[in-house]
Design a protein around this ligand. Structure first.
Ligand code: DX5
Ligand code: ZN
Length: 226
């Protein structure tokens, strides 16, 4: 992975057909997805359950771009090696998920992955300032994690600008996760985000048999930013 600040669209397969992940991943990549975002939930840190390492390893066989694994789990540390072995390019852990985020981020890089740190809407930007030398990405949650299709929380946009300012010239991505669509994407892009996760806004109205709908949805997000 080379670093650049151009806008990248990362569809979340949380909104895909759960009986057809391989074809869904191939469809979104063929239709212009830059990264593939995988939402791992444990029913404890967040009130929903999704995928473990074997499922993520199965997804890897279909991902040709970047596999971006968002861990909404606590504890995190016992599972880092398993998600790295499953083929994650980036592993993101939540700053709220445990008392030792510094150690967690070191372990992610130690496992050979890029390290991301995510902040819930209720967590201030400053929570990640001591971690700047340990991270390759900040994921600013613009919904409370756990479910796709929630309403974008506008008060998080100011936090994106603060983090962008703090990052300066460091090669750290800012990812936005939750409620991204053509009405909200321009707000976060203007504030300095470069990776836009979108679940419902990419998959809505389409199937693997009508993949051009995914392409149009991705393009609509890109066009909203120009
Ligand atoms: C929420 C997840 C998101 C979610 C985004 O907990 O981390 O990645 O799938 O879905 P939309 O784009 O529908 O808000
Ligand atoms: Zn996510």
């Amino acid at each position: 992975m080379t670093f650049d600040r151009s806008i990248k669209i990362a569809p979340s397969i949380l909104s895909a057909d759960f009986a057809n992940f391989g074809a869904e991943i191939e469809a979104i990549e063929a239709q212009g997805a830059d990264w593939v975002h995988i939402d791992v939930m444990d029913g404890h840190f967040v009130p929903n359950l999704t995928f473990g390492p074997p499922a993520v390893a199965a997804f890897r066989k279909h991902v040709k771009t970047v596999m971006d694994v968002h861990l909404m789990i606590a504890p995190v540390d016992p599972y880092i090696d398993a998600f790295a072995k499953a083929g994650a390019d980036i592993i993101t852990a939540h700053v709220e998920a445990g008392p030792h985020i510094h150690r967690t981020l070191q372990a992610i890089r130690g496992a050979g992955c890029k390290a991301g740190v995510a902040l819930n809407p209720g967590t201030p930007a400053e929570a990640i300032y001591p971690l700047m030398d340990l991270i390759d990405m900040v994921c600013v949650m613009t919904v409370n994690p756990g479910f796709g299709g929630q309403k974008f929380i506008h008060s998080c946009v100011e936090k994106v600008a603060d983090i962008r300012n703090k990052i300066g010239d460091r090669p750290i991505h800012i990812e936005i996760d939750g409620g991204v669509d053509p009405t909200t994407a321009p707000l976060v892009a203007a504030a300095g985000a470069d990776v836009l996760v979108a679940g419902s806004a990419v998959f809505k109205g389409g199937t693997v048999n009508t993949p051009d709908v995914y392409g149009a949805n991705i393009q609509a997000i890109r066009d909203s930013i120009k």
